[in-house]
Design a protein around this ligand. Sequence first.
Ligand SMILES: [Zn+2]
Length: 241
Amino acid sequence: MRRLHRPALKFESRQDLFARQKNVTSAKSGREHWDRYRRSKPAKEVISALEAMAGTRQRCAYCSDSYASDIDHYVPIARDHGRVFSWKNFLWVCTKCNRQKGANFPVADTGEPLLVDPSRTDPWAHLTLDTATGFISPRYLESTFDPVGEFTLSVLPTINHEGVAEGRARVCRSLKKAIGSAATAPSSNQAREDLLTLVREDDVAVSRWYGYWEGSQEPEMVALRVASPKLWRRLLRACSY
Ligand SMILES: [Zn+2]
């Protein structure tokens, strides 16, 4: 799961969504209007904007698997028909996550959602990464698990399905190796470029884990900070999205 930045929609698309929302009077009508819209020409503009958010490999906003192809309503239509045509409620996801999530939308007693919205927060604030296996767990707080992380993983076990966890572990291995090489040979242009390329191309947020979260305490990162503070800062900038 990776922090996503939502671009502004074109004025025409915003107006179109606004006009459509006015016709929605219930969850049932929302679903009907949505099904018609999904096949319409104006939807293509919105899909292009979501595709741009997903990056070249079209990573799913939840599990980070490639081939995202569905629009998910973060707050499901069944739970709030007032957001059927809300741009900020759309995430570009894979079919597996979309089916898995369905109308599930856990909320706290306070009404706060207990599901990570990667377009609003850095998912690592609620989740932790096992760099050896690529497995994601809820962040452990003082005496309990982070409820947002916990519910997110229970609604979307797809985040840890074998293929994507393995993919994350693979990026961790490459990154660790590249950080270690750059720390050992801080004046090597090749080592520096190899590392920065890996960070720029990382679309599963592992480098952000190393830059800003617990990964920053791993021996390779500590060694890099000492050996080349300049390169260490460049790494942080490259994953500061
Ligand atoms: Zn997915």
